[in-house]
Ligand binder design. Structure first.
Ligand code: LMR
Length: 394
């Protein structure tokens, strides 16, 4: 049987991780996978997470199954974090999932059950795993223009033009904040325009929010998601705790399905629980319990928010430093967009050949589409990167 297997396409982010590990140069700089690193290159366990884990270790008396949807207290805390008081709780069905990717996968499976003929619209570019999972599930998908490689800003006109072809019932995937891979985000007036168009088209928005707290702050980063949730009968929201709680390997995420009204919620909830059962039965609990403990304890929450702010401001500082350095070296404002982008990533908007040159000549690793992880930099590596960008003729 196994001899019939075919090699599967490689994921470009994971391939890059492996290549970086094998590079013997001690001057190498990893700007690949989206993992936060502090100035010493470590991905620390956040203080509040350590404390919550200590408490759990002391107080937890059982590891028995929780429930197919996960712990309701986790859902409540996450719905509050992402949506605030945007919607009545009884309009939202939710399941805990293994990470944000698990939430995306379950959302797509839910779409398959509810609207098997719907096309899922993805931004061009988007996180490579979006199209990969859609293809794997045999679903229809199309792309809409998103990024203008000249200005390195959102191609708003192109986006609206392409979304003009959305059919009723199609699903449009939007990044809640900190667009991955570009770092370019819609302004609020632009978002209003997209919402209006999608309402006119009777489309269903699907929001992927994996970086809440990494852009402009916890509430500011949730603003787009909240606006969208308030504007449609049905919205799917996949949220990840990997980045903002730094619990990547614990696989902690949630899928929320906004229902038209409270009467629609039980059926959606039952379908979500069914999907968990089919795919992995009970979702992982440890990370979810840590998150719930932090969000429901005012002291832990304040400490978590403070550390998240340090992280966010650190990334903003690196963005500004890099933009300033490139302004100085090029005597132009060509790279000012780096300071305007938000989140972990910025896309330089250059060719795979020049990205490869950065790797070969300078040991700088970024994804072939020229996405770089800003959190992979530090004050010392920013000038090295700036010089390399100029030397490569980008
Ligand atoms: C990324 O985009 O680098 C992260 O979301 C990690 C991943 O799984 O690809």
């Amino acid at each position: 049987m196994l001899q019939n297997l075919k090699a599967q396409p490689a994921d470009k982010i994971l391939t890059l991780m492996a290549a970086y590990r094998e590079d013997p140069r001690d001057t190498k700089v990893d700007l690949g996978v989206g993992v936060y690193k502090d100035a010493s290159g470590n991905t620390p366990v956040m203080r509040a997470v350590k404390e919550a884990e200590k408490r759990l270790q002391k107080e937890q008396t059982t590891k028995a199954y929780v429930g197919l949807a996960g712990d309701p207290a986790f859902s409540d805390a996450m719905i509050d974090l992402v949506l605030g008081d945007t919607l009545p709780r009884d309009r939202i069905a939710a399941i805990a999932t293994p990470g944000g990717t698990g939430a995306i996968r379950q959302a797509l499976e839910l779409i398959k059950l509810a609207a098997p003929d719907a096309t899922v619209w993805l931004s061009d570019p988007t996180w490579p795993n979006h199209p990969s999972i859609i293809k794997y599930l045999g679903m229809k998908s199309k792309t809409y223009r998103y990024f203008d490689k000249e200005s390195r800003n959102v191609d708003y006109v192109g986006m609206l033009t392409d979304l003009g072809a959305v059919l009723p019932g199609d699903v449009v995937l939007l990044h809640g904040c900190c667009h991955n891979p570009t770092g370019a985000n819609l302004t609020m007036p632009q978002l209003d325009g997209v919402i209006k168009l999608l309402q006119d088209k009777s489309a269903v928005p699907f929001v992927d929010i994996a970086y809440q707290g990494f852009g402009d702050g916890l509430d500011a980063d949730a603003q787009a998601t909240r606006k969208i949730a308030a504007a449609f009968d049905n919205v799917l929201i996949a949220a990840s705790c990997s980045k903002n709680f730094g619990i990547y390997r614990e696989r902690t995420g949630i899928l929320m399905a906004v229902c038209k009204d409270a009467a629609q919620q039980p059926l959606a909830q039952q379908n979500l629980a069914f999907l968990n059962r089919q795919n992995y039965s009970f979702p992982p609990d440890h990370g979810a319990r840590v998150v719930t403990t932090i969000l429901n304890d005012p002291k832990l929450r304040a400490d978590w928010e403070a550390e998240l702010e340090e992280t966010r401001n650190g990334m903003l500082g690196l963005r500004q430093q890099l933009a300033d350095e490139l302004r100085r070296l090029t005597n132009s404002d060509r790279f000012d967009f780096l300071a305007d982008h938000r989140g972990m990533f910025s896309q330089l908007g250059t060719t795979p050949e020049l990205v490869e040159k950065l790797r070969a000549d300078h040991g700088i690793y970024m994804v072939s589409d020229s996405r770089m992880n800003i959190a992979g930099l530090n004050e010392k590596t920013v000038p090295i990167l700036a010089k390399a960008i100029v030397a490569a003729g980008i």
